[in-house]
Write a protein that binds this ligand. Structure first.
Ligand SMILES: Cc1cc2nc3c(=O)[nH]c(=O)nc-3n(C[C@H](O)[C@H](O)[C@H](O)COP(=O)(O)OP(=O)(O)OC[C@H]3O[C@@H](n4cnc5c(N)ncnc54)[C@H](O)[C@@H]3O)c2cc1C
Length: 446
C-alpha cells in the first residue's frame, strides 16, 4: 500500500496579501445604540454567525442584529489562527461559511479567482481540491472569502460591538441585554463558540499562575532556550513548530500515549449525513462515548516529518502518556513542570494548549433553560432550539450532541444554520401575539 504523507510546505502560506476584500467588511462593528427590536438577535459574530446570517439573508430575513465582543465578523477565529502562526486551514475547500444550497460563489471558485496571487503550492492544492482530493486552504484566501460573504449579504452593517450579558426567553419574544442596550427579538441564536480550557487549580495551588506560564491564546514571542509545550492538539503542534523554527528546543508533554496525526479535526464521516445519522436516534450514553472517541486531540499529518527530524536531532523531546501534576516557577526565572511519573521538566517558559470547551449558554440563559447534562445543553434534535425555550437556538460547538462532533467545525455551522433558519422562519410566520411579553422590562429600561 502506498502511504501519502503531505509534506510540511503545505502548512506554509503567505499572509496579508492584497486579495479582493472590500474594506467595509472588516469594519470593527457598530457602537451606536442597538435597535430596540429585531426579527433575529445573534449572540456572537464568529464563523457560525456568518453562515447563519447569510442563510437568513437568502431566506429573506434581513432584520438581523449580530452582537459580538470583538465586533469584526469572524475576527476571533482569524486572531487565534494568526497568534499561533497557522497559515492554512485544517478543513478542506468545501468547508466554508457561504450558504448551503444557494449558487453563491464557493470558496474554491473564490481561490481560482485569485490564481495570480497564489503560490505554486497553493495552486497545486486548488487542483487537488478540483479533483476531489483532500487539500489545504490558505488562511489569506479564507479570510478574503469570509469578507466576501459578509459584504455580499450586508452583514457588517448589522453587526454591533458589544457584550451580551443576558438572554431571557419569553413565550413570544426574547430579551437580549447587551452593553450597548437591549433588544427584543422574535428569536435569538447563540453562536458563542468555544473558550479555552484552563489548567486545573491543582497545578499551582494557593498561588497565582507562575510567571513563566502562558496559554496558547496569549502572545509568546520569545523562543530562545527551551519551551515546554503541554497539549496534544493543533494549537500545541503550532507552538512546538514555532519554537523549533525560532531555533529553540522543545519539551512536549502529551497525556496521550502517542501523537495522533489526522487530516481533519474529526473523522471525515462526521462531516457527512451518515456521520450525523450515527448520532440521530442513539442513546445519550452512545453519543457521549462517540464524542469521547472523536474529540480527542490530533495534529495535521504535515507536522510529522519536522517533528520526527527534530526528535532525532535531540531538539525535541516528547514526554508521552504522562499527566502534569504541578507547575512552578524556579528561582532563576525558569519554569518547572512536574509529571505524574516523577519526572520534572524544566524550561525557560511553559505554554499550555489544553483544548477548548463549548459555550452552552450557561451564564447567559437561565440555568433551567440550558439544562446542562454532562456539559451539554438540552437542545431540540431537529431545530437546535433549547428544549425549554423554542425561540432560542444554539449553533456551533454547543450543538455537538445533536449534530455530532463536526458541529464545532465550519462545515457543521452550515448544516446547523439551515436547521436553525427553518425553525426561525416557522416562528416568524406564526401570528404575532398582541403586546410584548417584555413590556414591563421595556418600561423598566426606558
Ligand atoms: C486555532 C484554531 C484553528 C481552527 N481551525 C479550524 C479549521 O481549519 N477548520 C474548522 O472547521 N474549524 C477550525 N477551528 C474550529 C473553529 O474555532 C470553528 O470552526 C469556528 O471558529 C467556530 O466558529 P464559531 O462562530 O462557533 O465561534 P467563534 O469563531 O469563536 O466566534 C464566537 C464569537 O462569539 C463571541 N461571543 C461569545 N460570547 C459572547 C457574548 N456574551 N457577547 C458577545 N460576543 C460573544 C466571541 O467573542 C466570538 O467572537 C479552529 C479553531 C482554532 C482555535
Amino acid at each position: 500500500m502506498t502511504v501519502f504523507l503531505p509534506p510540511p510546505d503545505f502548512l506554509d502560506s503567505p499572509r496579508g496579501r492584497d486579495l479582493l476584500r472590500p474594506a467595509r467588511s472588516r469594519a470593527p462593528g457598530r457602537t451606536d445604540t442597538l435597535p430596540d427590536r429585531a426579527s433575529v438577535a445573534v449572540v456572537g459574530g464568529g464563523l457560525a454567525a456568518i453562515a447563519l446570517a447569510g442563510t437568513l439573508w437568502h431566506a429573506g430575513v434581513t432584520d438581523v442584529v449580530i452582537v459580538d465582543r470583538q465586533g469584526r465578523l469572524g475576527g476571533r477565529f482569524l486572531a487565534r489562527a494568526d497568534l499561533l502562526g497557522q497559515r492554512v486551514l485544517r478543513s478542506p475547500y468545501d468547508h466554508h461559511p457561504g450558504v448551503e444550497g444557494y449558487r453563491d460563489c464557493e470558496l474554491l471558485d473564490f481561490a481560482r479567482l485569485h490564481w495570480d496571487a497564489l503560490t505554486d503550492v497553493e495552486r497545486r492544492q486548488v487542483r487537488m481540491a478540483q479533483a476531489g482530493h483532500r487539500s489545504v486552504v490558505p488562511l489569506d484566501v479564507f479570510e478574503a472569502y469570509c469578507d466576501h460573504v459578509v459584504t455580499a449579504h450586508g452583514l457588517a452593517r448589522r453587526t454591533w460591538r458589544a457584550e451580551v450579558r443576558h438572554v431571557s426567553p419569553g413565550p413570544d419574544e426574547v430579551l437580549v441585554e447587551t452593553s450597548l442596550g437591549d433588544i427584543i427579538a422574535d428569536t435569538a441564536v447563540l453562536c458563542t463558540g468555544e473558550e479555552p480550557v484552563e489548567a486545573p487549580p491543582t497545578w499551582w495551588p494557593e498561588q497565582d499562575r507562575p510567571s513563566g506560564v502562558h496559554y496558547w491564546y496569549e502572545p509568546v514571542t520569545d523562543t530562545a532556550g527551551t519551551t515546554i509545550v503541554v497539549g496534544a492538539g493543533l494549537s500545541a503542534a503550532h507552538l512546538v513548530a514555532n519554537a523549533l523554527a525560532g531555533g529553540g528546543r522543545v519539551r512536549w508533554i502529551l497525556r496521550a500515549a502517542a501523537e495522533h496525526y489526522q487530516c481533519a479535526d474529526v473523522n471525515a464521516s462526521f462531516f457527512r449525513a451518515e456521520g450525523r445519522a450515527r448520532f440521530h436516534g442513539t442513546s445519550w450514553q452512545d453519543r457521549l462515548d462517540l464524542m469521547r472517541q472523536q474529540r480527542r486531540a490530533s495534529v495535521m499529518f504535515e507536522f510529522r516529518p519536522g517533528f520526527t527530524t527534530a526528535e532525532a536531532q535531540g531538539r525535541l523531546t516528547v514526554h508521552r502518556g504522562v499527566d502534569v501534576v504541578r507547575v512552578r516557577a524556579l528561582p532563576a526565572g525558569d519554569t518547572a513542570v512536574e509529571l505524574a511519573d516523577g519526572t520534572t521538566v524544566t524550561g525557560d517558559r511553559a505554554v499550555l494548549a489544553l483544548g477548548t470547551r463549548a459555550m452552552t449558554g450557561e451564564g447567559l440563559l437561565p440555568a433551567e433553560v440550558v439544562a446542562v447534562r454532562d456539559g451539554w445543553p438540552d437542545l431540540d434534535e431537529t431545530t437546535l432550539a433549547y428544549s425549554a425555550a423554542p425561540r432560542v437556538h444554539a449553533l456551533g460547538a454547543a450543538a455537538c450532541m445533536v449534530l455530532g462532533p463536526a458541529a464545532r467545525n465550519i462545515d457543521g455551522h452550515r448544516v446547523g444554520a439551515s436547521r436553525v433558519v427553518t425553525s426561525i422562519l416557522a416562528h416568524l410566520a406564526a401570528p404575532a401575539a398582541a403586546g410584548s411579553s417584555f413590556d414591563a422590562v421595556e418600561h423598566a429600561h426606558a
